[in-house]
Design a protein around this ligand. Structure first.
Ligand code: ZN
Length: 151
């Protein structure tokens, strides 16, 4: 119970004071993702330098879970290599698929552990994953652009 309310606080804090929010330039790719079941939307930009994630900026609207998750996600991926960031993404996906039974690694997921309880509510999992899916898509498009430019 105590842990759940602590997690709730983390989510509300990111919702009220989102990190890295607002669209910035320069960027390599921009995507727009929608979660129609809840009405959440995110426009997200990624800037890479080689394999390093230099910036992730976004604009979003929707429920507190989708907003807070996007904020937490940017904290976790900016400054990492794409491969490291993908590992965090994978850990978060596994947590969301754990139906409440996951034991998140706080070393890897940091504030994202707060979403552990969301995995018990299938309708909300898409909210928590929206920003992450947008990030993954934007990185894939950036990689495509790079390989087209060099081929
Ligand atoms: Zn939502």
């Amino acid at each position: 119970m105590h842990l759940d309310s602590l997690y709730q606080e983390i989510i509300l804090d990111h919702y009220r004071h989102p990190h890295n929010k607002g669209l910035r330039e320069p960027y390599d790719a921009e995507v727009h993702h929608v979660n129609p079941t809840c009405g959440d939307e995110v426009t997200l930009r990624v800037r890479l330098d080689g394999d390093k994630v230099v910036d992730v900026s976004y604009d979003s609207l929707g429920c507190s879970i989708s907003q807070a998750s996007a904020s937490v996600m940017t904290d976790l991926v900016v400054g990492k290599d794409v491969e490291e960031a993908n590992e965090v993404h994978q850990a978060f996906l596994e947590l969301m698929q754990s139906r409440g039974a996951g034991e998140p690694d706080e070393e890897v997921l940091e504030d994202a552990v707060a979403f552990a309880g969301v995995s018990r509510y299938p309708a909300r999992i898409k909210c928590a994953l929206l920003g992450w899916m947008a990030w993954k898509d934007a990185v894939a498009r950036t990689m495509d652009n790079v390989s087209e430019a060099t081929s």
